[in-house]
Design a protein around this ligand. Structure first.
Ligand code: SF4
Length: 87
């Protein structure tokens, strides 16, 4: 299980979640390759420890535990995972 970043992040890319994450599994971080080009941030499902600290940091409520992702945004579970397969 992991947390997942969903549609409200697109065009927002607030980075308070990055600062809150104790295992640095939210990417791209500011200064990393792709930060400017990517439309949203992603959580690495292999590295996330499900602590939930990022959830309340998000100003647009884009982050959910995988099991609680709203039905219309469930495709973001795969979108988050795929980001780490291609990078
Ligand atoms: Fe990082 Fe915890 Fe959020 Fe997972 S749930 S992305 S480990 S802050």
């Amino acid at each position: 299980m992991a947390h997942v970043i969903t549609e409200p992040c697109i065009g927002t890319k607030d980075t308070k979640c990055v600062e809150a994450c104790p295992v640095n599994c939210i990417h791209p971080m500011p200064g990393e390759a792709g930060f400017e080009a990517d439309t949203q941030l992603y959580i690495d499902p292999e590295a996330c420890i499900d602590c939930g600290l990022c959830v309340d940091e998000c100003p647009v409520q884009a982050i959910f535990p995988q099991d609680d992702v709203p039905a219309e945004w469930r495709k973001y579970i795969q979108i988050n995972a795929d980001h780490f397969k291609r990078s």
